[in-house]
Design a protein around this ligand. Structure first.
Ligand code: NDP
Length: 502
């Protein structure tokens, strides 16, 4: 399938040109090349970025290194850093509409959803500000009269932060404030498709009082500017969110200099539904879980594992509700599902649906691209009669495509849920406490929702088992992730030498 993108100008929008932030200065790329971003919902150019190069990445890393080794940020008190983060949170909230608009036009997500994400992001910055002041080590006064042990938590150093296009502002907010809270300095690379809101964040952080060189933001492609951020010896840690393939490459690159790596990767998240569940609530959550952010979401509930007794009825009801979901202009406040990120990605999604149909799945709803006279869109799609071995049941489609599988026993449901490479999240629906807890304990995933789906909070750790990632973001340990542990082993009184009898 070749996707034809129809242009529709955005009223009042002028193409916005951006520079990169390196060492406190807004600069063009070393080679002066630029990247144009075409809005997925409108098919017209909306932003122009600098196409950064390896040389730009190296300048940014050098600036971050200097700011860490010689600058004020790691040396100021946690209270001072916390104040800067709180000021940043206030400014994010003040400019939320502008940031949400940029995320909506560049990613194609609905504006109402983008505004919700900005509210969540401001909350994360405030949470990180609070955690900054709670970072402490341990002391051991139990090692005998002659010894005192103190375990310090020190900022790890220079952190490379690489983010994807599906939640541009939210994902950088799951990483950067915690790195800053710890006293680290950073080089940030947003996706080349959705860089605008991260660049605006650079302006906000400068105004909030983050010193020069502490946050450097470079734009460009992954292979050109992302790769050096994962290999450079002056980088101490890489925090990456994106595909499992690039996550694997990032880890291999970082291994050359044994950097710490934190990875938030793909998911193929099941919702397991028992006949005693509140089906009205589940059906709403199934539609939300599958089509939220057009399914371009690592947490998407893209696999339903339904008990055989309810499968036909539930599939029919989900199809009926899917027909009511409003797909359309990302800037329309009524839109629930926006555009697909690129024409190539839409082709990939449609390819999964065709392959599944060829392999014996039935299209219970949707199944095709939608012509809305603008941009590129995919119909909310339900595939029934999906077998666990099909690609559509095992791989991350990253589109509004829901696969329906069935089970008879709890053991079978757990087996199907666990029989893939991913383990990011899962849901279980039942009114029975034992059933929920059995699934909760036996399904191997970083988050298990019980009688709900895709809820979150800054306090709750997020991340995956197996090939869904490494490490956890958010939660009370999020700042510690950006630290090294140092032991101070202190001796008091006369020391007995190793050659002297004790
Ligand atoms: P990628 O993993 O390619 O991109 C994520 C980030 O990594 C982007 O900033 C990208 O840069 C950068 N990057 C790409 N190549 C390298 C490299 N060699 N070294 C360092 N950084 C690099 O994801 P895509 O955006 O291409 O999406 C592809 C698929 O990944 C999706 O279809 C989906 O399945 C999955 N995905 C999962 C996400 C998640 O949240 N778990 C998020 C996004 C995607 P740039 O794109 O600017 O070149």
């Amino acid at each position: 399938m070749t996707v034809l993108v129809k242009p529709k100008p955005i009223e009042g929008h002028k193409v916005r040109a951006f520079q990169m932030l390196i060492d406190g200065k807004w600069v063009d790329s070393a080679e002066g090349r630029t990247i144009e971003r075409v809005a997925p919902g409108h098919g017209v150019t909306v932003s122009r970025y600098q196409a950064g190069t390896k040389a730009d990445a190296e300048k940014a890393i050098a600036a971050a290194r200097r700011a860490f080794d010689e600058g004020a940020w790691p040396r100021m008190t946690a209270s001072e850093r916390s104040l800067v983060l709180l000021r940043a949170a206030d400014m994010i909230a003040e400019r939320a509409d502008e940031l949400a608009y940029l995320d909506a036009i560049e990613s194609g997500k609905p504006i109402s959803q983008a505004k919700g994400e900005l509210g969540g992001a401001a909350d994360i910055w405030r949470y990180a500000a609070a955690l900054a002041r709670d970072l402490h080590g341990e002391s051991y006064n139990t090692l005998g009269d002659g010894t005192l042990g103190v375990v310090l938590r020190e900022a790890i150093g220079v952190v490379s932060i690489i983010t994807p296009w599906n939640f541009p502002f939210l994902i950088v907010s799951q990483k950067l404030p915690f790195a800053l809270a710890a006293g680290c300095t950073t080089v940030v690379k947003p996706s080349e498709l959705t860089s605008a809101s991260t660049l605006l964040l650079g302006e906000i952080l400068e105004a909030a009082g983050v010193p020069s060189g502490v946050v450097n933001i470079i734009t460009g492609t992954g292979p050109e500017v992302g790769a050096p951020m994962t290999t450079h010896p002056d980088v101490d840690m890489v925090s990456f969110t994106g595909s499992t393939g690039v996550g694997r490459l990032t880890m291999a690159n970082a291994a050359q200099t044994l950097k710490k790596v934190s990875l938030e990767l793909g998911g193929k998240n099941p919702q397991i539904v028992f006949p005693d569940a509140n089906l009205d609530e589940f059906i709403d959550a199934a539609v939300f879980g599958a089509y939220f952010n057009a399914g371009e979401c690592c947490n998407a509930g893209s696999r339903l594992i339904l008990h055989r007794d309810i499968a036909d009825e539930v599939t029919r009801r989900i199809a009926a509700l899917s027909a009511k979901v409003k797909v359309g202009d990302p800037l329309d406040p009524e839109t629930q599902v926006g555009a697909i990120i690129t024409p190539q990605h839409l082709e990939k999604i449609a390819g999964y649906v065709s392959a599944a149909s060829r392999d014996g799945a039935a299209v219970a709803h949707g199944g095709t691209a939608l012509d809305l006279g603008m941009g590129q869109f995919m119909a909310p799609t339900i595939l029934s009669s999906v077998r666990p071995d099909m690609a559509v049941a095992r791989e991350e489609v990253f589109g509004p495509v829901l696969s329906v599988l069935t089970f008879e026993t709890t053991e079978e449901a757990i087996r199907i849920a666990n029989a893939i490479d991913y383990g990011l999240s899962a849901g279980v629906w039942s009114r029975d406490f034992d059933t929920c807890l059995t699934i909760g304990r036996r399904v191997r995933a970083g988050t298990i929702w019980m009688n709900t789906f895709m809820d979150g909070a800054s306090e709750l750790p997020f991340g995956g088992y197996r090939q869904s990632g490494l490490g956890r973001e958010l939660g009370r340990h999020a700042v510690e992730d950006y630290t090294e542990t140092k032991t101070l082993n202190m001796h008091m009184g006369a020391r007995t030498g190793w050659w002297m009898p004790r």
